[in-house]
Design a protein around this ligand. Structure first.
Ligand SMILES: O=C(O)CCC(=O)C(=O)O
Ligand SMILES: [Fe+2]
Length: 359
């Protein structure tokens, strides 16, 4: 999709006044240079001026601002200082021009701008931030590329229509708000303080609206013979954009060996950290134990075996994810349905160093 971005407010463009909402949208989309106060002494000369009480929101066109400031030297650009529409950055070709304008116009009524009193100080350009973190790890599209035993992913596990019905069903039921996301629990409540369930307190059967999912779960047996398909606990998570989940291994003593997670509505990536070198401070080695997979809406992930018992999983707190060569924006929300089977006795897995039953 090609974004239509108006550049009317920059000098050298058609001279018409922008409505405030278009001005703010243009500021966001253009990724304009960011300015800040200079670090050095206040009297240090700069080419840029931060001008408050000035801009389209107070009735001044960018053209009229350019013209008023051009009296003091060559103006190379007039930029929004923020999204308010009432603060701009005026950039000069040289520092002396900026100094003359500051001396003449700061806190004095400006006749060329309708007698408005401007508040002016020097400003410097901030280096642009990198959009994608540099410590990112290659994101796989298929579980087989991950190279972690016990992790499987099936795309399009539910249809778009089923997705819509599942979302409508949970949205018709009460959400419980945590600090950054909302949850619902069925079967048994998951207690976040003890990272476990109270097996004495069963809430009831899983709701009938998830029957369409439970009926299809046995297809995982084709991928993993040992997959558990009799599930009795469901946690529904709703993550707003940019919210993720901290690294964890689901408590061994709380749940059996197969954990399923259905992604709905928005995409995200899930990262995995092999934690057998938790005490190893060697960054290169621990990086080689980091993996990531793209979770498309309607896909179902299975964590079992080593992937469930010995690897931490987490969702980075990103608004966008880089998948292969594409930058993918998280949706306004991601809703996941995590199905598990509550464990009734101690865990007897082969990963005792991660097992709360065996430590
Ligand atoms: O949202 C997800 O897909 C994962 C949720 C999860 O890991 C958990 O609830 O333990
Ligand atoms: Fe988990």
């Amino acid at each position: 999709m090609k974004l239509e971005v108006s550049t009317d407010y920059l000098i050298g463009r058609p001279k018409k006044r922008l409505p405030a909402y278009r001005y703010r949208r243009a500021c966001r989309l253009m990724g304009l240079p960011k300015f800040t106060r200079p670090k050095g002494h206040d009297d240090e000369l700069c080419c840029n001026l931060y001008v408050a009480n000035c801009g389209p929101a107070v009735g001044l066109t960018i053209d009229s601002i350019t013209s008023a400031f051009s009296k003091f030297g060559t103006v190379t650009g007039v930029y929004p200082a923020d999204e308010s529409g009432s603060r701009v950055i005026v950039s000069y070709y040289d520092e002396n021009s900026a100094q003359s304008a500051l001396k003449a116009l700061d806190r004095c009524p400006c006749p060329d701008l309708g007698g408005r009193s401007l508040h002016i100080r020097y400003s410097v350009q901030r280096p642009q931030l990198q959009v994608v973190a540099t410590d990112s790890v290659e994101v796989c599209l298929e579980a087989s590329e991950l190279n972690i035993p016990g992790i499987y992913l099936i795309h399009d596990f539910v249809s778009a229509q089923e997705e819509e019905q599942l979302l409508a069903a949970v949205d018709a039921r009460p959400w419980h708000s945590l600090a950054k996301r909302r949850v619902q629990h069925y079967g048994y409540e998951f207690c976040y303080d003890i990272r476990n369930v109270n097996t004495q307190h069963r809430l009831g059967n899983l709701p009938s609206f998830v029957d369409c999912i439970l009926q299809k779960i046995p297809v995982f047996k084709k991928l993993d013979e040992a997959a558990d398909v009799s599930l009795d606990q469901l946690t529904v998570n709703e993550y707003p954009t940019g919210v993720g989940l901290s690294p964890h291994i689901d408590t061994h003593s709380a749940f059996e060996g197969s954990i399923y997670s259905l992604s709905l509505s928005g995409p995200c990536i899930m990262e995995f950290r092999g934690s057998d070198d938790d005490n190893d401070r060697d960054k290169e080695r621990s990086n080689s134990r980091r993996r990531a997979i793209y979770l498309a809406p309607r896909s179902m992930l299975l964590l079992s075996g080593e992937g469930r018992y010995a690897w931490q999983h987490y969702i980075p707190h990103h608004k966008v994810d880089k998948v292969k060569d594409t930058v993918i924006r998280r949706g306004s929300r991601r809703v996941s349905f995590t199905f598990r089977k509550v464990r009734k006795g101690p865990c007897q897995c082969d990963y005792s160093q991660f097992c709360d039953s065996q430590s």
